[in-house]
Design a protein around this ligand. Sequence first.
Ligand code: DLL
Length: 438
Amino acid sequence: METLSRPEMEALQLERLQETAEKVYKHVNFYKQKFEELGVTPKDIKSLDDISKLPFTIKGDLRDNYPFGLFAVSQDEIVRLHASSGTSGKPTVVGYTRNDIDNWAEVVARAVVSAGGRKGDIFHNTYGYGLFTGGIGVHYGVEKLGAAVVPISGGNTERQVMLIDDFKPRGISGTPSYIMTVAEKMKDMGINPRETSIEYGIFGAEPWSEEMRHRLEETFDLKAVDIYGLSEIIGPGVSIECHEAQDGLHIQEDHFYVEVIDPKTLEAVAEGEEGELVITSLTKEAFPVIRYRTGDIASITREKCKCGRTTTRMSRIKGRTDDMIILRGVNVFPSEIERVLLQVEDLVPNYQIHRLQKGTMESVELHVEITNELYNEISGDLVHPKIQKLSKEIVKAISSNCLVSMGVIFNKPNTLPKSEGKAIRIIDLREKKVLVEA
Ligand code: DLL
């Protein structure tokens, strides 16, 4: 499947798209109504380009049909339910049939191979187990490959370090931010992360930068690859980088059809151009999704990859449309700020971006943490000339790379919250600020 010729892949995708359109039209009221509103029926899908005739699905549609309104099979065929953490209101719920679970395990097993894993490996899985799709999603894929998964989940980091030291895994998975927390704990416990048995890492579930990859590879002496996915589509495994090229994430196109659109006009953008990813599931039974607007910004390329896979690749996710900060007309994604911060030697790779409101203007404060070495050198004096010099350097680097200016607040070592899963990088203080002023 990963090396089909383009015509073979497209023929398969068309057949599966037609089946999916039929299925949702017949079994999901929401889609039947949407199709009718647009005057389209499944018979109108005669080529892959005809997908543009179909309606989009957005997160709000999942909420409006909470909990099971978008399922296409009867309850007795569902064998698993997952849900988003949902910071406010009701979560979004997704369901799986037995076949869905098998297909999911299959795409994750391929992902582990793509990262450099193989049968017989021991694999340390720090993704959270529970309603979140990360832990159990990766777990089933590792087992399907025939490797031994350690279902450690996130947190209890000291115990994680002990088990890594004792079990000697070849592979590890987790959010890049949590794996950095693990590295720090190792150092505290007198273990050099470079000397552990870990050879490859499968990292994702949150935006991360190329600089974070270098930092992780350098810290652990491993190969780090990016894995992408979202619960609404399946969970982890929609796409994955190969360890051979580490140059874009191969989309598992036999299961997922990816479009890139301009989020304003909703029109397709040209290959290579950035836009919002829109994904249609091609094999899902319980919860098929048509043209789901992910909110994730990336581009795609059909250029050949040196690993031999022929599948379309997507770029690393630049950020989410709803995380984009607009400062005096300039768009900034947190990942671009991360790229700059991680090049500064005296900082640890942990930071927070505080969004503030001053009158009608938005401003941003960067909260960074200095290394123990620097803290000792300046005897804990955070207004030391060395800090002032560093501050100037960072402000200058941000303004030349991101074309905006922002203030930097320096924190003592180990004061910013440490990630145990998806890191919270953006703290939105805008509403509070307005309330205080009122
Ligand atoms: O995060 C699934 C997952 C688990 C992916 C483990 C990879 C590894 P959700 O909780 O539904 O599912 O969150 C999905 O996380 O729309 C992106 O905004 C973001 N995301 C996921 N992977 C990446 C990545 C899982 N590699 C949302 N790079 C998505 C950047 C990512 N953002």
